[in-house]
Ligand binder design. Structure first.
Ligand SMILES: Nc1ncnc2c1ncn2[C@@H]1O[C@H](COP(=O)(O)OP(=O)(O)O)[C@@H](O)[C@H]1O
Ligand SMILES: [Mg+2]
Length: 265
């Protein structure tokens, strides 16, 4: 059995005349949780967008999919973007938002009972059933992330790409959220690639870690081997901390001072 679901080989991306990713070599492991870490601006979101072929790249992304691992593409990839800017006036409930993806007929003709049942089931998985009839544009960041995650689970993805899914979630809610991902990974055997800033969560929940620095993978391996104090010092700069969250106003927080909270390392 090939333990690798996707092999990224010599992947380079230039955007706006700048080289963003530069010869990235990395593996995403089958049925495992792979964590992608790195400072803001290191190219994490860009790498995820290349994996869903949102942006052109040089190099290769080879998938080994299907039950015999010979399919060149995953049948379904679930993707939860880092930020989804939803117009505050968008007059859609969560149920209607699901219907846009889950039913063929236009939603002005009504929502199929099947859609409501599926939405209810998917929202239950992420503990967000109560959001079914809420306006999507009025959800908090964490509520929206849960809705997007539940939508990404349908149809059953072979690969789930999550770009800082916990960024909008209160610190107190984060652990259950990652427990939930671990559960989805175990029960459904979904391979997960997750971008995270939280080293303690990464070391607890991931099987494989990729460290990105200035558009290059500078280390990869099991968290116990990769997440050494030396690496944190040399790779991410003395005194730099990976944890800290993107704030709603766009302020980036790479140090734990003045950021409300920090997570132990
Ligand atoms: N469409 C784009 N055009 C030009 N530069 C971009 C574009 N998208 C991202 N970048 C730049 O690429 C770098 C990496 O961005 P990103 O992948 O979002 O990093 P990360 O997710 O690690 O914070 C940043 O310097 C960002 O400004
Ligand atoms: Mg990003």
């Amino acid at each position: 059995m090939n333990p690798v679901l996707a092999s990224i080989q010599n992947l380079s991306i230039s955007l706006g005349g700048r080289q963003i990713l530069n010869g990235v070599n990395a593996d995403i492991l089958r049925n495992k949780i792979t964590a992608l870490i790195g400072l803001n601006g290191s190219g994490k979101s860009t790498l995820l967008k290349a994996l869903i072929r949102e942006i052109p790249y040089r190099g290769q992304i080879k998938f080994f999919c299907g039950h015999d691992h010979t399919l060149p593409q995953p049948k379904h990839v679930g993707y939860v973007p880092q930020k989804l800017a939803i117009d505050g006036r968008l007059p859609l409930t969560v149920r209607e938002f699901f219907a846009l993806s889950l039913q063929r007929r236009p939603i002005f003709l009504g929502i199929a009972e099947r859609v409501t049942q599926t939405a209810d089931r998917l929202l239950s998985i992420v503990g967000a059933r109560h959001l079914l009839n809420r306006p999507i544009a009025k959800l908090s960041g964490g509520e929206l992330q849960r809705v997007l995650l539940s939508l990404a689970l349908q149809p059953n993805p072979e690969l789930l790409l999550l770009d800082e899914p916990a960024a909008g979630i209160d610190f107190a809610d984060e652990k259950p959220f990652y427990d939930l991902l671990a559960d989805i990974n175990r029960r459904q055997g979904v391979s997960i690639l997750i971008v995270s800033h939280d080293i303690s969560i990464v070391s607890e929940h991931s099987h494989h870690v990729l460290c990105l620095q200035n558009g290059k993978v500078v280390c990869q391996g099991p968290p116990g081997e990769v997440l050494t104090p030396e690496l944190m010092g040399t790779t991410f700069g003395q005194g730099k901390r990976l944890y800290g969250h993107d704030h709603a106003d766009g302020e980036h927080c790479e140090h734990d001072d003045g950021c409300g909270h920090s997570h132990g390392m």
